[in-house]
Design a protein around this ligand. Structure first.
Ligand SMILES: [Zn+2]
Ligand SMILES: [Zn+2]
Length: 344
């Protein structure tokens, strides 16, 4: 089958790989769309410890079931031909964290497109338990976006943002935009956004967010002015650089919460005495549980969230070019790769 294989930093090539044979508890999906995730860009650059070549990326997938493992009988309610998406985070289901519904922290968790072959290929095998049918009326292109929505739901949950919280989101890529939509749907009235790319910023403003431009004065000063000297109650960093983490931390009101979502830099120097004196909360948010995944599908289906602009559909064999373009700051809100023989 055709597959886009990450061979080395900045090198992805089309290769002919064997079609995966589904294990007894798996199904085989013919991939219709495989979204490029921001978290994969550092992998593409060779900066992600969990993505080692050779590897087929892709954890935001939709498609049709073409084969069932031997254990998957009619009681599963899954049939060949069904349109599906899949939760790419495979957990053990046996540990304490899985039992608590915190599958994203399972020590034996595996991720499609990182520790397992992903969706940048004609076919991908996934556990039948990970599969969700696409609701009537939802296109497979939209169904490929459940994963970032699920992540956004978890990030907002971690933030503990309340309707009267002032919330700042730094970075308006797909995750940032979905976080802003989830905040709005959760009743959070004051939503600030920082984004350098004018097209992405326009998308955030169209969602009713207040744009902030750090300009020469720096974000802390601009946030202070916007909030009457208070600072924000919650700052969500959907970029993950040293600069954005610092700016988020320094923009918080006393007792405020910073949520780390972006994974750009591993090590960051921060003014932590400020965190001590201001009793700031610093929290990471990673991935999602199956609860978030199901809610993400429902919220996309009823239109509570969704990307209205900037979605690019491209052929899988154009993938290398699109990873490059996204690394160089292309404003697409989401790039969906199509392995189908008919192409884009
Ligand atoms: Zn993703
Ligand atoms: Zn587990």
């Amino acid at each position: 089958m055709p597959a886009l294989v990450y061979e080395a930093p900045r090198v992805m090539t089309m290769r002919d790989l064997p079609v995966p044979i589904p294990q007894p508890d798996e199904v085989l999906i013919e991939v219709e769309y495989s979204g490029i995730c921001g978290s994969e860009l550092s992998g593409f650059l060779g900066q992600s410890s969990i993505r080692q070549p050779p590897l087929v990326f892709g954890h935001e997938i939709s498609g049709r079931i073409v084969a069932l493992g031997s254990d998957i009988d009619s009681s599963w309610g899954i049939s060949i031909g069904d349109e599906v998406t899949a939760n790419p985070l495979v957990s053990c289901g046996r540990c304490d964290l899985c039992a608590q519904g915190r599958q994203q922290l399972c020590p034996r968790r595996l991720l499609l497109g990182a520790s397992l072959p992903g969706g940048n290929a004609r076919y991908v095998a996934v556990p039948a338990s990970a599969v969700l049918p696409v609701p009537a009326g939802m296109t497979l292109a939209v169904a490929a976006m459940v994963e970032p929505v699920a992540f956004a739901l978890r990030a907002v949950e971690v933030s503990s943002a309340a309707p009267d919280s002032a919330v700042l989101v730094v970075g308006a890529g797909a995750i940032g935009l979905f976080i802003l939509q989830v905040l709005a749907a959760s009743g959070v009235r004051t939503r600030y956004v920082v984004e350098r790319n004018p097209d992405r910023l326009a998308m955030a403003v169209a969602l009713g967010c207040i744009p902030l431009d750090p300009g020469d004065r720096g974000l802390r000063a601009v946030v202070s002015e916007a909030t009457g000297g208070q600072g924000v109650d919650v700052a969500i960093d959907a970029v993950g650089t040293t600069a954005t983490r610092r700016e988020c931390l320094l923009s918080l009101a006393p007792g405020g919460t910073m949520v780390l979502v972006g994974l750009h830099s591993d090590e960051t120097e921060l003014p932590l005495n400020t965190a001590v004196r201001q009793e700031l909360v610093i929290r990471g948010a990673f991935a999602y549980s199956p609860v978030h995944f199901r809610r993400g599908l429902a919220w996309l289906a009823d239109g509570t969230v969704g990307l209205q602009q900037g979605v690019v559909v491209a052929r899988l064999d154009e993938g290398q070019r699109w990873y490059e373009q996204l690394v160089s700051g292309h404003p697409a809100s989401k790039v969906l790769l199509r392995p189908a023989p008919s192409g884009g």
